[in-house]
Design a protein around this ligand. Sequence first.
Ligand code: SF4
Length: 380
Amino acid sequence: METLAPGTVECDLPAQSAVGLTPVAQAWTQVPEPLQAAQKAALVERIRELLRRERAVLVAHYYVDADLQELAEATGGCVGDSLEMARFGRDHPADTLVVAGVRFMGETAKILSPRKRILMPDLEATCSLDLGCSPDAFSAWCDAHPGRTVVVYANTSAAVKARADWVVTSSIALDVVADLHARGERILWAPDRHLGDYVQRQTGADMLLWQGACIVHDEFKGTELELLRTDYPQAKVLAHPESPQPVLAQADVIGSTTQLIDAARKLDAASFIVATDQGILYKMREAAPGKTFIAAPTAGNSATCKSCAHCPWMAMNALSNLADVLEHGRNAITLDPELGRLAKKPIDRMLAFADERKQRVRASGDMARDTTLYANVGPA
Ligand code: SF4
């Protein structure tokens, strides 16, 4: 297998924003102020009216504020991982989709539904994986490795997707790569190095990895997790595969956000240590009332900084800016139609693969196979 010499790929985040802050520090300055209960109630009522007036539906990610998740469900919208959000937005008859999440999710909605109006609470809500994978550098990397099948994670710009053969989400990455590997294809993978490494270990595929990372999951620490587990020996560890390998090696379940919520509900355990964005705890507590959820450690002797395990770009979504964009029709996603057409192909390929796999599972009657959850139980 080819190895990638460190530093051969330009994948670091831009050092500073235009106002001299790192992108992460900049994002935290743009997180709306918390609201009082009465303000929240008034905004929720206003948003309900505006969703009706605009014939709009709210599509929210598990990592956004619990108020937004609750509102999405109460108004007939959807709360899900990026694959579910993409499917729901594509199939829903609403003229306007309001996407509470990060930029690539809004772009994906526009790619799949070019005639719909796609609004986002804050268009500057991005993702470190997207930021660290510029279309030009990525395209040059693809040019340097002809003959490989290009598989990119959903957390990328439309321009990067347009260059790919496949787009995958964390819920389907293993299955797609296993299938490609079985066909003898060699893979160029971008941008998350931890997810890529996990998929490579699980499938044995020949993969060359871009070296990006999620700033939230990259902070989880294997050594501190070991110590925490001695305090909670009965707790099961649930980890998202964007986490580093020393964390995944200790996980009882490795999976996408939806798969981890499912595990919290189904596994016979009273407590869980959770290595993913803490926004997910709202849904986990709802899915498994009475169980205890403990955040995986991001600090300690091996930490480089104290992280709150919450994505600043997800935190930029709030009731206040959501009401504002609906009221004034601001923050619509626009996309060059030709770029959208090219980016749609690898996304459609993934959705068709997911649909086909679901049907195959139903036909075989093997419903346990409906999720890769239990296939992934055990150390990575
Ligand atoms: S949690 Fe990580 S992967 Fe998700 S949007 Fe934030 S930076 Fe990107």
